[in-house]
Each structure stands twice: as C-alpha cells, then as structure tokens.
Design a protein around this ligand. Structure first.
Ligand code: GTP
Ligand code: SPV
Ligand code: MN
Length: 593
C-alpha cells in the first residue's frame, strides 16, 4: 500500500514511527467510499462506534470517549521550541529533546495489537498554494473517520505532495488513555506534532487546533499571513452584494452558531441571506488588492451539541441529520441521540455519555442533576451538508474580509458591541479579550480568564510576538478590516442573559456592516464607537428600553478594575510587549478619566 507514494522521506518517517509504536499492521488511507465502509464495519464490530438508526439518522455513528478524556487538556499541551522564550509566557514549554524523550516512552510499543493508519490530509483545497498538507499516523479508527469529515484526505493528497513536498508530521496514539501518560506536543521548528494518551477531538484530530492553529500560527508569522480561531460568514445584503466577516470567540462562545445564523423575522423582510464559510478556523493573507482574504482550511464542523436545536440553530440540526459522528451525547433506545437543550421532549430513558442507564432528574452523590450528554459533547458533520454553505469554500483565494469581530462570554463589563478607533486600537482590544471558561477545556467553569484573540490555548509561539505580527499585518494592508468587539452574554443582576442572541445577532452585524460602508450612525465613547438605541434595527424584537440601555452601557468603575487586571496580564510579557499595546492602554485610561 505504501506504493501510493514515492515520497522517500515520508516512507522513511512512517517506517521510523512504526518501529517505535510497533503496530501489527500499517494501512494507508486512500479516502475511498469502499474504505470508509470497511472502517465503519470494523469499528462497529469492536464497539468503538455504534451505528445509529439507519432510517432517522442515515450514515450516522455514535462514540463515547473515556470519562477523563472529554475536552482539550491544556495543562498537558506543550510548545516545544529550542528556546523557552519563543514559546512565551502563556504556553507550557518543554525543550524538543525532553519532549521527544518523554513522549517516546509512552509511544514505545503503544500500537501493539493495533493497526496504524496513515492519513494524508490537506488543510484547505487540495493543490491550493495556500493549503498545507499533513500526514497523521493514528491507531484510532474514530480519528480516521473524523478526519475524513473534517479535512480532505486520501490519494489525491499524496499525489499533490509528490516526491518531496513539505508536510506536517502528525503522530497520534491512544496508548492506554491514561491522563497521567497523556501529552500533546508541538514542535513548530520541526513541523511536527506528537499526541499521545487521548482520544478526544481537539487533542487528536491533529489537523484542527494542533496544525491549523498552533503550527500554522507559527508558519503564518514566518510567511506573513494569519492563522486564527475565527468563524467566517458572508452576509448577502438586500442589494445582492456579499460582505464577509471573520469572528474570534473562545471555545464554546458561539462561533458555530453565528456562522450559520438564520436572519430573524423582522430583518428577513429586508432580504438578508447568510453564507457559511467556516465555524472555527480562518487562514488569512493579504491579496494583491491590499485587502485581507480568508479561507477556512477545514471541511467539516466539530460542533458543540448541547444547546443546539431547531430554534437556536436550525442549520446545524439539518447539517447533522446524516453522515455525522456524535460524541458523548445521550443514546436513546431507538438508536437516535439527544442532549440538553436539544430538540424534542426530554427522553424518559437512555444511555448517558458515560455508558450508564439514564433517566431525567437522576442525581449524583453530591445531589447534582446527572446530564445525559456531556456539556462538551460534539457532532462531526461535513460542511457541504449545511444548507447555507458557500461554493467559495473550494476557491483557494477565499473571501475578502470587511470586518473582524472579537468577543467573549462576559456577564459584566463588555457592552453588546463597540467599534475600535483603528487597527492598532483593535489589536489592543483583541489583546485584552477575556472570557468565562466553558466546558471545551478542562478547568473551573465560569472563571474569567484572559484569552487574547481567542488564541490563548492555540498560539504556537510567544504571544507578545503574535501581537506584533497583528500590528505589522495592519500596516501591510491597504484597506484593513475594521475591528469590533461584541458580547452576546451580558447578564442582569439575577444572571439572566440580556440579549436574545443567535439569529438576532444579525442586528448587530448589520450595524457592523453599516459602519464599514459608513451608512450607520454611532456615538464616540471612551472605549470606542457605539450604536445609539436608534442605530440598531430592532424590528420585531421585544426588548425593553432599560435592557437595551444596560446592554449599551459603560460602567466606569468596572472599567477601572478592568484596566488594572489588564496591567497584571501585560506584565507577564515584560519588555516583549509591543509599545503600541501599552500606548493604547494608557490612552484608554486617559479617556475613561
Ligand atoms: P468551539 O467549537 O468550542 O470553538 O465553540 P463555538 O465558539 O463554535 O461555540 P458554539 O457556537 O458551539 O456555541 C457554544 C454554546 O453557546 C452553545 O451551547 C450555544 O447554544 C451557545 N450560544 C451560541 N451563540 C449564542 C448566543 O448568541 N447567545 C447565547 N445566549 N448563547 C449562545
Ligand atoms: C474548541 O475547543 O475550540 C473546539 C473543539 O473547537 S476542539 O476541536 O476540541 O478544540
Ligand atoms: Mn474552537
């Protein structure tokens, strides 16, 4: 099967890794339908996946990960550069020598009794000058089946790689799924990723966060482009013109939902239409017109299940009705699936994400309600099945970006939306982003943490240099996108979210586009430009004037505290922090008085 390629370095690397991991067999993945059928059959036979109801969910599979392996483990994720300084103060660091040595001990013989699959994959359309090729070696069929959906895989990728093309070496083994023997290591200087001891999404689908963000952000810095944790959507305006927006929100803060939103009734009359380009990752470069152009390197969604239903996100529901892999959701007796905040009545029974019989209202030892689906349960579905997907997904030049929106999950402080004064101020706003921790990563839920550009867990190099890279990119552009900050999650004193969110977010995006073509009004505030109550189209929305006022208010006391917290965060970068960032911070302090 290795006949599929004449790439000598690739063949040697596969042989070397096999010598370490000792699989019983090596299978090169060609990407064919026949191969998919075989893999599914085998995975069903071992119980690794369960085939779901063929009538109600055709082509769909169900999978559970180990109980201690349900989210990215950032504490076990490392950037391995020769110099510690190049990983920066926000990343875990290990020297490459130590990283390889530690992981080698776990990888040794880890694939005994198993098959090693060789997955050639392309991030971005195969053959595009802006795409990157990776080869993932894995002992998990679940990973192969997911990579099939999330990326472009198989023979054509090898053909495109030729005899000596460059590729990212991605090695993964479940090993024994022991959290004490789990490491997610990135070697940007070697274009290599080693992940061992996990079977969960972002830890093991190495094309996603590991390659397309951590390695790609490093390549982007070297090659003058940007790899960002951003959704991309097109808004077709009533006049037929389509404007594209990219948006950075931390994990589980609304990217998938925004990327496929349905215009609310009141605005639909105007004739808006949404085009989905991507829901998680954007690769952006400056084209000959001096503007920023974005591609989505992925081919599928790895979306959060809980909260997804026909009201909040009908497009996601339609997208995941066939050929979808569901992970850690509730399995119903009729072999369909359910999750908290999903469609339909709460089922009277099922098997929960841990594989135990489940009934609604069951309590654990601490008296807490046991959820049927894990809060970070996910669906993996092909983007092509999304009713709003755009044919431009396969165009290597991507789409031109008019605006970048940055956002987090913040109960207080950040108003619904504000516009930065210019690119430099926008970079400062991005560098100060913060959000409450969600279930997408291991750790204490709800804790506010700094998450610049939603890239804190994904930047493959020193974040001070990352800010500098953003500033430089702005200078290189003839017409840089405008930068905005949004917050769909502001709450009242009782913790109730004030803004309806989801489809209604288009009301905010309409104002954003209005600011880009200078048709929308705004008032100047210390933090940036903000819409007045009349600058937002709220037709058909029941929102009291007081609520709107609260959504668009700035509490100077809270901002005073915020400035202090920013200073603490910035101190971590020492003298590496670009002076522009400190200048913007000082200027804001002055404006707030
Ligand atoms: P990752 O895939 O982890 O990067 O997450 P994401 O940013 O794509 O988040 P996603 O769109 O999956 O949303 C995460 C959770 O936030 C889901 O439970 C959604 O229902 C909820 N959510 C998304 N958008 C909104 C919104 O506008 N308002 C409110 N209140 N909740 C939202
Ligand atoms: C995220 O956590 O930001 C995700 C899911 O998109 S994962 O692929 O696990 O990183
Ligand atoms: Mn994400």
């Amino acid at each position: 099967m290795a006949k599929m390629t004449e790439h000598r370095k690739l063949k040697k690397w596969v042989a070397d890794m096999a010598r370490m991991c000792r699989p019983d067999r090596i299978v090169w993945i060609d990407g064919s339908e026949a191969e998919k059928r075989c893999l599914e059959k085998e995975a069903c036979a071992t119980g690794e996946v369960i085939r779901l109801n063929k009538k109600k969910l055709p082509g769909c599979l169900y999978h559970r990960t180990a109980v201690n392996d349900v989210a990215r483990t950032e504490g076990l994720t490392f950037i391995c550069t020769k110099r510690k300084h190049n990983a920066g103060p926000t990343n875990n660091w290990m020297s490459p020598a130590k990283g390889y040595a530690k992981a080698r001990k776990i990888f040794r013989n880890a694939m005994k009794g198993r098959t090693m699959y060789v997955i050639p994959f392309s991030m971005g359309p195969i053959g595009s000058p802006f795409s990157k090729i990776g080869i993932e070696l894995t002992d998990s069929i679940y990973v192969v089946l997911n990579m099939r959906i999330m990326t472009r895989i198989g023979k054509d990728v090898l053909k495109s790689l030729g005899r000596d093309g460059e590729f990212t070496k991605c090695l993964h083994s479940k090993a024994d799924l022991d959290i004490k023997r789990r490491l997610i290591l990135h070697f940007p200087e070697d274009n290599t990723i080693w992940s061992v001891g996990s079977g969960y999404g972002g830890n093991v689908l190495l094309g996603k966060k590991c390659l397309s963000l951590r390695i790609a952000s490093y390549l982007g810095k070297c090659e003058k482009w940007m790899a960002e944790h951003m959704l991309i959507l097109g808004i077709e305006k009533p006049n037929g013109q389509i404007e594209y927006i990219a948006g950075a929100f931390p994990s589980a803060c609304g990217k998938t939902n925004l990327a496929m939103l349905i215009p609310p009734k009141g605005l639909k009359k105007k004739g808006y239409k949404i085009w989905t380009v991507g829901d998680d990752i954007a690769w952006m470069r400056i084209d000959s017109d001096g503007r920023l152009w974005a591609v989505n390197p992925e081919a599928g969604f790895f979306g959060v299940a809980p909260g997804t239903n026909s009201k909040t996100n009908p497009n996601a529901v339609i997208t995941s009705r066939k050929n979808t892999i569901f992970t850690n959701v509730l399995l119903k007796p009729d072999k369909t699936v359910w999750w908290e905040g999903g469609d339909g009545k709460t089922p009277s029974k099922g098997i929960d994400w841990m594989g135990r019989p489940w009934k609604p209202g069951m309590l654990d030892d601490n008296g807490n309600v046991i959820k049927g689906a894990h809060p970070n349960s996910r669906f993996t579905a092909p983007i092509g099945q999304c009713p709003t997907h755009t044919f431009r997904l396969d165009h290597h030049h991507g789409v031109p970006i008019s605006a970048i929106i940055l956002g987090g999950r913040r109960a207080r402080l950040a108003p619904l939306v504000y516009e930065s004064f210019d690119w430099e101020h926008g970079v400062y706003v991005g560098s100060t982003m913060a959000s409450e921790r969600t279930a997408a990563q291991v750790g204490k839920l709800g804790e506010v943490r700094r998450d610049p550009m939603a890239m804190l867990p994904f930047c493959g190099y020193n974040m001070a240099d990352y800010f500098r890279h953003w500033l430089k990119m702005g200078k290189r552009m003839q017409k840089a996108p405008k930068i905005f900050h949004v917050n769909w999650f502001k709450t009242d004193k009782n913790g109730k979210i004030l803004w309806p969110g989801f489809g209604d977010n288009l009301r905010v995006l309409e104002w954003v586009l209005g600011r880009c073509d200078k048709t929308a009004g705004a008032k100047k505030t210390p933090i940036g430009y903000m819409p007045g109550a009349r600058d937002l189209d709220l037709t058909g929305l029941k929102l009291s004037p007081d609520t709107l006022k609260e959504l668009l208010s700035i509490d100077k006391k809270e901002w005073g505290r915020e400035l202090k917290e920013q200073e603490i965060f910035f101190k971590r970068f020492g003298s590496d922090l670009p002076p522009e960032i400190l200048r913007e911070h000082k200027a804001l302090k002055k404006r707030l008085g």
